[in-house]
Design a protein around this ligand. Structure first.
Ligand code: AMP
Ligand code: GLY
Length: 434
């Protein structure tokens, strides 16, 4: 099998690393990839947005399966384009990708199919939206730009005043462009967030082990939001009972609803859930693997990842007997970021300490450094993004995985490099309580 992965971040490195272990594989390519991905796959100098060129390349290189990493090319119809040319793709077409590409559409789907989510209202114009905020009781409220805004389109406002300010930025100043032409104003939920991902062929689904992301830049979840500063898996907040509830009250009704509308969804559905006591609510859907959750989830999988992705792309998960069971191990991913991130940051800084890093793993442990934003310059690996590396370790217990990930992260350096020291603090705190 010849596999093409589209994208070039930490998630795509983890996907390439896991798929490269498949005995079914005869070739693995990644467009555009990065310096770390180049160690497990052949990088192709095409961007994820270049749908026509990617399709021509995939046809010319007889690619059997294309796995699309990021949301933007999915929303733009990359998978439709490939399928129309007879290529197999893991990733939804643009109709299914609206689950992430339009928050209003996603919310409408949730209310239509009875999926638990925060109460909401949708507005296309500023004045009615502002008046709506005025009618809300004083207290937190969430304001969301409808379209793709690189994870920055959501404001959890503590007061009505903050909510109006966020609304003005989106609808009057237009800081997110067309993505802010419509807004969703929703009730603020409290609890603990977990990420649950399911691989689906549109009819059947295989749920992946749960994970928890750390969105804020600072320890104790303080400071501005980032693309994700670390993750771990499993997330104990999602008990077996709640995981079952996610399948029965979120994934199955959503799939049935998509089917009823003729949306043939083949790929990952990522449900960002808020867990509060014994209840779950959907905060968001994503139409792709999470980043950095994927880096913590995939090393825990016992099975070959290629057969389920291929079966999903071919629409034959039912009766396939395929599973995505995790080994008992826990995994943790610590993201090393550039100084200044999530604001402006320098690039081209030489990274030291990457050699022989695997030696930091103890017996029965695993370690992988997934590259998020790196490049090769004059033969040396340099920084090329805000999030640079995801140092990931797995072990029988979460504390051991964390200790190994941090031991390795401490060996890696570049000027001003930064990482959070408290990844998995919620899971560790929970253990102390019990
Ligand atoms: P979204 O892209 O919709 O998941 O929003 C990004 C982040 O905003 C989520 O991960 C939550 O931390 C937060 N968020 C979104 N919706 C809500 C909500 N209704 N209540 C509280 N926090 C929310
Ligand atoms: N980790 C959050 C996301 O992938 O959107």
């Amino acid at each position: 099998m010849r596999v093409l992965i589209v994208g070039g971040g930490g998630r795509e490195h983890a996907l390439a690393w896991k798929l490269a272990q498949s005995p079914l594989l005869t070739g693995i390519y990644c467009a555009p990839g990065n310096a770390g991905i180049a160690t497990v796959a052949e990088c192709v100098p095409l961007q994820a947005e270049d749908a026509a060129d990617l399709k021509e390349w995939a046809l010319a290189h007889k690619i059997d399966l294309t796995v699309v990493g990021p949301e933007a090319p999915l929303a733009a119809g990359l998978a439709d384009h490939f399928r129309a040319a007879g290529l197999k793709v893991f990733g939804p077409g643009s109709a299914g990708a609206r689950l992430e590409g339009s928050k209003a559409w996603a919310k409408e789907q949730m209310s239509r199919w009875g999926i638990p989510t925060a109460g909401f209202a949708v507005f296309d114009r500023y004045e009615p939206a502002r008046r709506h905020i005025d009618t809300l009781p004083e207290g937190p409220v969430v304001v969301k730009a409808d379209g793709l805004a690189a994870g920055k389109g959501v404001t959890v406002a503590r007061t009505r005043g903050e909510a109006e300010e966020a609304l003005r930025k989106i609808m009057v100043e237009g800081v997110f462009g067309a993505a802010g032409g419509r807004v969703v104003i929703e009730d603020c939920l409290t609890g603990e967030e977990v990420s649950v991902l399911a691989v689906t062929d549109g009819k059947e689904l295989l749920v992946l082990p749960s994970a928890q992301d750390h969105k804020a830049i600072g320890e104790g979840d303080t400071g501005p939001n980032t693309g994700g500063m670390g993750a771990y898996s499993p997330a104990p907040a999602l008990t077996a009972r709640l995981s079952h509830a996610a399948v029965e009250t979120v994934f199955r009704p959503l799939l049935a609803g998509l089917n009823a509308q003729g949306v043939d969804y083949r790929g990952v559905i990522y449900a960002g859930l808020m867990v509060s006591g014994n209840r779950i609510s959907v905060l968001e859907f994503n139409v792709r693997f999470g980043d950095p959750e994927t880096q913590a989830i995939l090393p825990r999988l016992e099975a070959d990842l290629l057969p389920p992705l291929l079966a999903a792309a071919e629409g034959r998960l039912a009766g396939s007997g395929l599973e995505l069971r995790a080994s008992a191990a826990a995994a943790a991913c610590v993201v090393i970021a550039s100084p200044g991130y999530p604001g402006p940051y320098p690039t081209g800084q030489a990274i030291s300490g990457l050699d022989r890093i695997e030696e930091f793993a103890g017996a029965d442990e695993g370690l992988a450094v997934f590259h998020a934003g790196t490049a090769v310059q004059n033969g040396a690996i340099v920084t090329a993004g805000g999030r640079v590396l995801g140092v990931t370790a797995w072990a029988k217990e979460l504390p051991a995985a964390l200790a190994t990930a941090y031991r390795a992260a401490d060996q890696i350096s570049f000027p001003g490099c930064y990482f959070r020291r408290d990844i998995a603090h919620r899971a560790l705190g929970r253990k102390e309580e019990s």
